[in-house]
Design a protein around this ligand. Sequence first.
Ligand code: TXA
Ligand code: MG
Length: 343
Amino acid sequence: DTKRWNLVNGNNKEEMIKEAAKLLKAGSTVAFPTETVYGLGADATNEKAVANIFQAKGRPQDNPLIAHVATKEQLLLLVKDVPEYVNRLIDNFSPGPITYVLPSNGTCADNVTAGLETVGVRIPSHPVAIALLKECNIPIAAPSANISGKPSPTAADHVWEDLYGKIAGVVDGGPTGVGVESTVIDCTQDIPIILRPGGISKEELEEVVDKVLVDPAMLNKEEGHVPKAPGMKYQHYAPEVPLWLIEGGSERVQRVYDELIEEGKRVGILASSVTLEPLHVDQKISLGETLEDVAANLYDGLRKFRQEDVDIILCDTYPEYGIGQAIMNRLRKAASRYISSEE
Ligand code: TXA
Ligand code: MG
């Protein structure tokens, strides 16, 4: 059976954190909130415990996990050869939604790194995550706490839906804040490289380091570049029903909607409040107004449309700056079709 600790309304939070930490230290898998998405944690130094994460999620073995710690000191205990700029990044962005890929010193189990020489490390800023990590006092390996291929969980209910019966427990800390995962940044070279866009934008990074590159695999989708973050090669975030991404705003969305309705399809719209406002449609979910709102509501929105209700989801597109880069990266992966404004 899977335990659920309610830290939103519960009044003995410290006890609950202690209980969850005890299970983690004993080698069990426990899901917990971070500021980005819920993670499925296990002792990163315990190969068997980590194997249970892959098992529960149905995760491909070649996809490495991120090790989570509470402090910079603990982070540095997992890696070697830290370039100078990493200190600056950590001091500016951690705790926060950023993961550093650095040479591993072997402290984390081999299946955390999927056999790579490097390890992804991050300090989450969510108070529940920090409390739990402090109580455990060991690095906790944690991928997003969803079944592999589904949208990441931004609420304890999402974790429950995917992993109930497969894991020891879920710490419910309410909905997460940022809503998209951390920015994964390769720090093994002289210039940092973004492997996965996320909660910290390229623009924000550039305020702290002179230059930031982007993994070419993220930019040129057709040219056969293999992404350096193994997880980026999989089609991810798939909703239950096909999702079409539509450029061109309200008018265009309305036109495609009308055509599909004409064909007898049941269509749901997932879009910003601005795009939704002028539309005449039956089934719609608002992602909110700002890019930050859209990031926070995106995965919940992708999970809400069900096969019983719709045949197709239409979603609008977003400008690719700030957190918009992460939003569009995820939407492209979620979409089965992209309708550009030229079509
Ligand atoms: O916000 C987040 O990062 C969340 C929360 C739970 O912390 N975690 C998360 O983990 O998104 P996951 O496993 O769903 O995604 C981790 C990504 C994958 O694309 C993986 O391939 C990449 O990071 N990654 C991890 N370690 C790596 C390494 N050593 N080298 C390159 N990529 C790595
Ligand atoms: Mg994931």
